[in-house]
Design a protein around this ligand. Structure first.
Ligand code: SAM
Length: 230
């Protein structure tokens, strides 16, 4: 791993992209409008305001954001204090740079890492809150399912901390013809890998790794929060 004072990197010059090269700076510029707003209202039917509320409920001053994208929620949520300690993890370098600049007022630390691989040392561990928002549906399925991701993240959570986030599922939540069409398109493009994701499978994976969790279905999205890692 190569590091400087605020940025660390996996050191792998060509990490697996898992179909996630989509997140380049030019696309991140339009991400709030196209993905955070249009897709959430028209396709997934979970308004971004509900996700800002989810952040506001769980975010703390020792926060890890996994897969921050454009950083919309970090920019719009309210932290308990004006000086939270924020760490960002992403597979792609552009979201890290983009969000680091967008929320420069918080001076976040960044780590380039692949959630589907062993994580490097993450600075500022443990965290009182960890967000995993709209990331699971992007991740290819592995033999361990989504539980493998929770197993990798939970050691980073403090004993009283909360893991929270949301994901677009294809089972157990209402879909519309439009949402099904776009979901299938995103799967063909390799941007979404949520063929096996359902409310039940998410419940099972969270139950396996946390003593308590809450799920909320909003449109085709499941919002979750989990505490007390097992
Ligand atoms: C759909 S965006 C979500 C952005 C943001 N959290 C939001 O809710 O708007 C998915 C994010 O996860 C990152 N990502 C995708 N696959 C990843 C992986 N295997 N490891 C780490 N980050 C990944 C992408 O680069 C991107 O920043």
């Amino acid at each position: 791993m190569t590091t400087n004072s605020k940025v660390s990197d996996m050191g792998d010059p060509k990490p697996a992209d898992h179909g996630q090269t989509f997140y380049r700076t030019n696309r991140l510029n339009g991400y709030d409008l196209v993905t955070v707003k249009a897709a959430n209202y028209l396709l997934w039917r979970c308004p971004p305001g509900r996700l800002v509320e989810l952040y506001n409920k769980h975010v703390t001053d020792r926060h890890l954001d996994v897969g921050p994208g454009s950083g919309y929620y970090l920019d719009h949520c309210t932290f308990p204090s004006p000086k939270p300690q924020i760490t960002l993890i992403d597979l792609n370098p552009d979201p890290l740079t983009f969000v680091q600049q967008r929320i420069a007022r918080y001076n976040p630390s960044t780590v380039r890492a692949d959630l589907l691989d062993e994580l490097p040392d993450i600075p500022n561990t443990p965290f009182d809150s960890i967000a995993l928002n709209y990331v699971l549906h992007c991740l290819p399925h592995t033999s361990g399912g989504r539980g493998e991701v929770f197993a990798r993240i939970k050691p980073l959570l403090s004993p009283d901390g909360t893991l929270f986030g949301s994901t677009v599922v294809t089972g157990g939540a209402p879909a519309t013809p439009l949402s099904q069409t776009f979901n299938a398109l995103y799967q063909r493009m390799g941007a979404f890998h949520n063929q096996l994701d359902s409310v039940d499978s998410l419940h099972e994976a969270l139950d396996h790794h946390f003593s308590s969790h809450i799920l909320e279905i909003r449109g085709s999205v499941v919002l979750f929060s989990a505490r007390d890692p097992r």
